[in-house]
Design a binder for this molecule. Sequence first.
Ligand code: BG6
Length: 510
Amino acid sequence: MANATKRNGRQAQPCTMVIFGAAGDLTRRLLIPALYNLARDKRLPKEFRLVGMARTDLSSEAFRDELSSSLKSFATKDLDSKAWDGIVAGMSYIQGNFDDDDAYQRLAAHLAELQPDGTTPEGSAVAGNVLFYLATAPEFFGGIVERLAAAGLTGEAEGAWRRVIVEKPFGTDEDSAKALNTELLAVLDEKQIYRIDHYLGKETVQNIMVFRFGNGIFEPLWNRDHIDHVQITVAETVGVEQRGGFYEKTGALRDMVPNHLSQLMALTAMEVPTSFDADAVRSEKVKVMDSVRPFTPEMALHDTVRGQYEAGIIGEKPVPGYREEPNVARNSDTETFVALKMTIDNWRWAGVPFYLRTGKRLRRRMSEIAIQFKRAPIALFRDTPIEDVTPNQLVLRIQPDEGISLQFGAKIPGPELEIGGVKMNFQYKDYFNSAPATGYETLILDCMIGDPTLFQRADNVESGWRTVQPILDAWSERRPRGFPNYEAGSQGPRSADELLARDGRVWRKI
Ligand code: BG6
């Protein structure tokens, strides 16, 4: 790396983190490994305590043992027992049902015990800074926050903060997302609410703004004068795993588009914010979503494609079809793939389609944003068929194989004047030796520090849902035809190719 500009070392203040749903998968797989990585990098405050709360009957000791053993499977970095022991020493567990008022009284008493020397400020049941992490099923979010407030745990008395991280999914449509915001905002201030979208924790996603606004050469080209279209792909090889029950009600559109894919689109399309302050950045993102041309019922059917996988082979391994997965109806109409075309009606993007697609059980795991520039005028190359003139494509590879590449045309050596496509390729691993992380490290640390830039404001969440709501409505009135319609291990349904073919374009290969 030639030159590096460093952010100031950021350190969180002493705090207690309470995880609701502490016996669940998210805690084991992501939150604990992320806390461990923070401890290893000496980013956690010295006085840090972790309280787990869940329905499962566990002692604090069993909780500590269980997480110590699961960390061995899920840690992304080598185990440094000193760092982990530091977390374990401050770890405890409270058993309780999330709708049981008494459990919140026990939690309050426990938090008070953890702060023996702290004087409890007026208006609060306990002293100190507390981060509540809602890693539960979404139907509990509103109730938990209300009960925390009723137990006097959310009031921010002088010198102490109370923050709540709310996991995804935030609602199941526009109305329910608004209702949840109303519920949360009835007892919390917006600045206490941290709505997570774990895509914003990914380094490559954070890099989109740095790439666009930290370099002088790309922004002048970043508009409808130079860009033909944009393709955003989030392809997965996994199926629905053990989440059939959840996925049946959710589907690919709800699961991925109003949140992760919209975030990628907003970061790609947003205007330069006046600063990197949380509100400046989040306001620019909302403006993008508000400029998306609303889908009419006709467009919602014409410009979208839904798919569902059937049995197939991925990496030489046979995998079952969606309808054969556990907890999935044998005649399910739930989509596991979606592709759509969005149009952003503003001065920068008018006439530049954004094609989005995401699906499960596709040929390979690949998330990327591909910016395709307009072709060069071909007068110089009269004998070259237009499709052989390589379009310039800038590809931001989000995961795996993180990096950025730029494709351009070069003369193929030889006596003829022939053009071939070549690539300049940047790979993260060639420049930075950062060990793999979960993506939750930055998000948890940011919340402890009080920086909400990488979290969604109420209006960000609502604008994501508002954009897809007409599609949800149109789809609910018309059953999908021909499900299942793509083989596991393929590129997705043929109709997705037709969506682009109608505009004379093709998807990049998955
Ligand atoms: C989650 C979805 O939000 O994101 C999952 O609910 C999906 O269905 C996952 O698999 C993808 O995340 P990542 O980080 O693996 O791309």
